[in-house]
Structure formats: structure tokens, C-alpha cells
Design a protein around this ligand. Structure first.
Ligand SMILES: C[S@@+](CC[C@H](N)C(=O)[O-])C[C@H]1O[C@@H](n2cnc3c(N)ncnc32)[C@H](O)[C@@H]1O
Length: 234
């Protein structure tokens, strides 16, 4: 019975993550193909299988603290590197990945700042950290995520780049931001149609998904990306 439940859970995850969520996130955030990709908290590997087929990574690694989930993932994905490890103490060299994906793990662990700092450490400068937005967390875990947010100050080199309704991409810069950059970044969403946070309530208006799609359309028509010109990491 427990095995059947576990299998149904994995199938449901595969359906939702592989068929809908991951493809949409990849398309909206323009993630690179042929990169070295790490997923934090990979669970049974539903996201990893979608990342593998959609991004054709040169290296694909998943870490999770739960050995039983890692063994399910190993059975399903023999070509993926699967490691029992804590996202807050990653067993990888500095600058060894181009993309680090976190679909909800950092939101729910203690000392999430350590995991963000580790993600920044293992990313190459210019590499992408992909995570879920507060809105995404509020929809998927309304109670658990109440009052929680990611402690970005623990990873000052991860600078906001693209924000859609449900996912966010930060890019690792070589240095921590200066005061001027922080001021610029605060204005960036207003200028470029990013998600607007109404503080202090943190209500989210999301004109941004439309803005990202419009930029994509513009880029496909004109052969250059508005994002490439306007939203380069500083
Ligand atoms: C929301 S699930 C992610 C599901 C996964 N994305 C998938 O495709 O199936 C979060 C995962 O994070 C793992 N986890 C919890 N704390 C962790 C930590 N400190 N380091 C790494 N993984 C952790 C859990 O075991 C769980 O599998």
C-alpha cells in the first residue's frame, strides 16, 4: 500500500512538474542548453528528468538529504549524478555549475541562507540560480510558507535578473553589489515590467509574465533580445 502511494505520488509529480511547471519555467526564464545543472532537493527526480530532456545538460546532478528518495531517483534516472547531500554543505567545487535549480527546497529548510550561499559558491560568475517566487510558494504551500521568504542577504552576489509570476532567475555576479547597484536594482522592476511588490503587504502584481512573453515575441521577430540589452547582470 505504501509503495503504491509512493508510486502514485511520483507519477503525479512527474505529470505536474515534467509536463507543465518545468517546461514553462525553462521557457520563461530562457535557461541555457548544454550547461552544467544542479538541482537542490531533487526528491524522486521529477524535475531532473524534465531538465535532462529539455536542456540537454552536459552535467546533471541532483542532491537530496533523503537517501530513500535518492534511490528512487537513481532507479528512474541512471544517467544522472545523484548525491545524498545537504544543500547547505554542497560537496562540489567552487564555480562548478552554470545553473542551480531550487524548486521550493530553500523555502522550507532551517538556515536557508547557508543553502543560498552554497548555491552562489558552486555557480560560475554569470551562472543562473532559479527559484520559486513567494506567490508560487503561497499557492503551493499556503500555510507552510506563511511569513517566510528567502534570506537573499546571505548571497549578495546572486542578483535579480528575470522574475515571472511563478519563478525567478538570479545571476551570479563576480562581486557583491555596490550601494548604487542596489538602488538600480530596486528600480529595475518598475522600468522593465518586473513583478511589483507593494510593501509592506508584499502583495504581488504580475504584469511581468506578459512582459517576458512580449520580449520573447519581440526577440523572435527582430532577432535580438531586449533583455540582452537592458537586463544584463551588473
Ligand atoms: C519540494 S521537494 C522537491 C521535489 C523535487 N523538485 C522533485 O522534482 O521531485 C523538497 C526536497 O528537498 C529535500 N530536502 C529537504 N531538506 C534538504 C536539505 N537541507 N538539502 C537538500 N535537500 C533537502 C527533501 O527531502 C525533498 O525531497
Amino acid at each position: 500500500m505504501r509503495r503504491r502511494l509512493a508510486i502514485s505520488y511520483v507519477l503525479l509529480l512527474v505529470l505536474v512538474l515534467a509536463a507543465l511547471e518545468v517546461p514553462l519555467a525553462i521557457a520563461l526564464l530562457d535557461l541555457p542548453r548544454g550547461a552544467r545543472v544542479l538541482e537542490l532537493g531533487c526528491g524522486p527526480g521529477a524535475t531532473l528528468s524534465a531538465l535532462g530532456s529539455l536542456l540537454a545538460p552536459t552535467r546533471l546532478v541532483g542532491v537530496d538529504t533523503d537517501p530513500s528518495l535518492i534511490s528512487i531517483a537513481r532507479e528512474r534516472l541512471p544517467d544522472v549524478e545523484l548525491v545524498v547531500a545537504d544543500a547547505r554543505a554542497l560537496p562540489f567545487d567552487d564555480a562548478s555549475f552554470d545553473v542551480v535549480v531550487d524548486f521550493g527546497t530553500c523555502y522550507h529548510i532551517a538556515r536557508a541562507g547557508d543553502a543560498l550561499a552554497e548555491a552562489a559558491r558552486v555557480l560560475v560568475p554569470g551562472g543562473s540560480f532559479v527559484t520559486e517566487t513567494k506567490l508560487n510558494q503561497t499557492i503551493s504551500h499556503p500555510w507552510r510558507s506563511l511569513g517566510r521568504s528567502l534570506p537573499w542577504s546571505a548571497a549578495p552576489t546572486l542578483r535579480p535578473q528575470d522574475r515571472t509570476l511563478m519563478w525567478e532567475r538570479r545571476v551570479k555576479s563576480a562581486e557583491a553589489p555596490s550601494l548604487r547597484t542596489i538602488a538600480d536594482l530596486a528600480l529595475l522592476p518598475l522600468v522593465h515590467g518586473g513583478t511589483w511588490h507593494l510593501r509592506p503587504g508584499r502583495l504581488v502584481y504580475a504584469a511581468d509574465t506578459l512582459a517576458v512573453l512580449a520580449r520573447r515575441l519581440y526577440a523572435s521577430r527582430h532577432g535580438s533580445t531586449a533583455r540582452g540589452r537592458d537586463r544584463r547582470p551588473r
